[in-house]
Design a protein around this ligand. Structure first.
Ligand code: AMP
Length: 221
């Protein structure tokens, strides 16, 4: 019987590359990529009641309250595509969320197998986030210095207009990193205590990091 880990968290500060790696990993494992940040942005864009509740916290770089986040995640995990597993990105972000996720999965006879900590130095995180640009139409990502589009401000893929995420502005980035230190970093100890923590160096190209991730996950295949 295959022991392939199918419920995986990518843990780490904003800018560590969780989104990019989670998307690739989820595709490889044939499970959904569950990004709470992305789900919140969809709610904000769609002007739903949940989006209205989340928007102010997001704009400040603070966390959305646990009850709101957990309700949204429970709903997402109830969708049929999440039966086989999920790669979580940006969730959990507090100890209460981590405990609730363990409980939610236990109630279904499931288990979070591994948390992978992606690390990168602080200056690198700030530079990655403040230089990040997104296509408003197809969500392709660019960086003003490291992966600029051929035509400034235009998406190579679809020609859409590029924009910065409102919370990637420097003062908000600094706040998000502070919030990571106080609220989310304790999860490293939480997963280490239950022997579920793996660590990957997040510096280097997307391909380099993906290869490292594959290597640390290989024993769990
Ligand atoms: P991200 O795209 O993961 O950087 O998330 C963007 C923003 O969404 C965060 O700065 C928070 O305001 C909010 N958010 C995303 N995930 C969570 C979570 N698990 N708990 C609380 N707030 C979250």
């Amino acid at each position: 019987m295959s022991r392939t880990a199918r419920r995986i968290i990518l843990l780490g500060p904003p800018g560590a590359g969780k989104g990019t790696q989670a998307e690739r990993l989820a595709r490889r494992l044939h499970v959904p990529h569950v990004s709470t940040g992305e789900l919140f942005r969809q709610h904000v864009g769609g002007h739903t009641p949940l989006g209205q509740e989340a928007e102010a916290s997001m704009r400040r770089g603070d966390l959305v309250p646990d009850a709101v986040t957990l309700g949204m995640v429970a709903e997402r995990l109830a969708e049929p595509d999440a039966v086989e597993g999920a790669v979580f990105d940006g969730f959990p972000r507090t100890t209460a969320q981590a405990e609730a996720l363990d409980q939610l999965l236990a109630d279904r006879g499931q288990r979070l197998e591994v948390a992978v900590l992606l690390e990168a130095p602080r200056e690198e995180l700030v530079e990655r986030l403040t230089g990040r640009r997104l296509c408003g139409a197809c969500q392709a990502t660019y960086h003003v210095r490291w992966s600029p589009p051929a035509v400034p401000g235009r998406c190579d893929r679809c020609g859409g207009a590029l924009m910065a995420r409102p919370d990637d502005e420097e003062a908000t980035v600094v706040r998000r990193l502070e919030v990571y230190d106080t609220e989310t970093r304790p999860l490293v100890a939480y997963y280490a205590a239950s022997d579920r923590l793996l660590t990957v160096d997040g510096l280097g190209s997307v391909g380099d990091v993906a290869a490292r991730l594959e290597e640390v996950l290989a024993p769990h295949d």
